[in-house]
Write a protein that binds this ligand. Structure first.
Ligand SMILES: [Zn+2]
Length: 85
């Protein structure tokens, strides 16, 4: 899948919800974070994604949004550390 945020080509997914399904097969409406740039996206039909918009915030619980923010922070921290090496 080509991420709409930065054009990164991703072919793998990991689930952040410890109470969610054990397989990482995303379905339309699921949120995804780009491992390349940390932007939030939403899976849509056809194994594609679109950018996460303000209205999408209403579809996720506070706990889910916290996990998304935390994962984004970690991704960006890893990218910054890699650039400094
Ligand atoms: Zn991206």
């Amino acid at each position: 899948m080509i991420m709409p945020c930065c054009g990164a080509a991703l072919d793998n997914a990991t689930i952040l919800d410890p109470d969610g399904p054990t397989d990482a097969r995303p379905k339309p409406g699921d949120a995804t974070i780009c491992i390349q740039c940390g932007m939030w996206n939403i899976y849509v039909a056809g194994d594609q994604a679109r950018l996460f918009g303000p209205d999408d915030l209403l579809e996720f619980s506070d706990e889910q949004l916290h996990r998304l923010r935390r994962a984004t922070h970690l991704i960006r921290a890893m990218r910054c550390a890699a650039v400094r090496r």
